[in-house]
Every structure is written in C-alpha cells, then in structure tokens.
Design a protein around this ligand. Structure first.
Ligand code: CA2
Length: 146
C-alpha cells in the first residue's frame, strides 16, 4: 500500500468555497483533496483528507498518524493561534509537518500573526490560496527524500 500523507484541516475549513471567496477562494475542500492527491502521486504517496471543528479530534488524528502516515500537512485554522494541545501532539509525530494558511495571516488582524503550530512545522506556506496545499505536499515529498 502507498505511504499516506495526512491532510488535516481545523475549524470552519469545511466552508471553503462556500463563503468569503474574496478571502479564501472558490475551491472546496474536495477540490483541495484532489489537488493534494495529484501532488502526492508524483512521489508515489496517497493522501487522507480530514477536517474537524473540534480540537480534541484533531489531537486524536495527529496521535493516530504516528502509525498511519509518513507526513502531515496541517491547516489548523483558528487553532493555530490558540492550541498548545495541537502543538504538543505534533511534537510526538516524527515525520515532516508542513503548516498551510490559505490567507496571508500577516496581512490580517494581529491575533492571527502568531501560530503555535509554526514552532513544530518544518515549513510554512502562507497566502498562496488553496494552491498552498499542493506546495505543502510537494515539500513533504522533498523532506521524505522520495
Ligand atoms: O488562512 C487560513 O487558512 C486560516 O487558517 C483560516 C482560518 C483562520 O482562523 C486563520 O487565522 C487563517 C479560518 C478558516 C475559516 O475558513 C473559512 C473558509 C471559507 C469560508 C469561511 C470560513
């Protein structure tokens, strides 16, 4: 079975493509899943796409990834700016972790400028729209040296 990259999405990202297209674009999470699968196929990996509005669920999935995934691409949404629990879970994951933000968080409110997750991320992709997920998957591939 192909190695799996876990693509994790935090709160409200299920609304991608359905609201605020000026800020987040018009592509849905399903479109993002297709984009990521295409990027991962270039280095013989598959992807598993997940989204939750619940912090503990995201923590559980990150813990599970220790057994089931070779890398993680994560857009923690608003939990980026608040969640030490997600940071702690990512510290227990040994593979590459790439953080994605669809919007340019540094051009937005000051409370979005800091991300706890960035402390663990091997790379951070910000403000590239949903295309950033594809870049993130490519970077995971490079870090896996595939
Ligand atoms: O820019 C990003 O990707 C964010 O992680 C998105 C989060 C926000 O809290 C972060 O500061 C930056 C919000 C996700 C909300 O997603 C929506 C998508 C479409 C419509 C409404 C919300």
């Amino acid at each position: 079975m192909a190695d799996t990259i876990l693509i994790l999405n935090g709160p409200n990202l299920n609304m991608l493509g359905k609201r605020q297209p000026d800020l987040y674009g018009d592509e849905t999470l399903n479109d993002v899943a297709r984009l990521c699968a295409e990027a991962a196929s270039a280095f013989d990996c598959g992807v598993e796409m997940r989204q939750s509005n619940f912090e503990g669920q995201l923590v559980d999935w990150i813990q599970d990834a220790r057994e089931s995934a070779v890398g993680i691409v994560i857009n923690p949404g608003a939990y980026s700016h608040t969640s030490i629990a997600i940071l702690d879970a990512l510290h227990m994951f040994e593979g590459p972790v790439v953080e994605v933000h669809v919007s340019n968080i540094h051009a937005r409110e000051s409370f979005r400028h800091h991300s706890y997750v960035s402390k663990r991320a091997d790379a951070i992709i910000i403000g590239c729209g949903v295309q950033g997920y594809g870049f993130a998957v490519q970077r995971v591939g490079a870090l896996l040296k595939k």
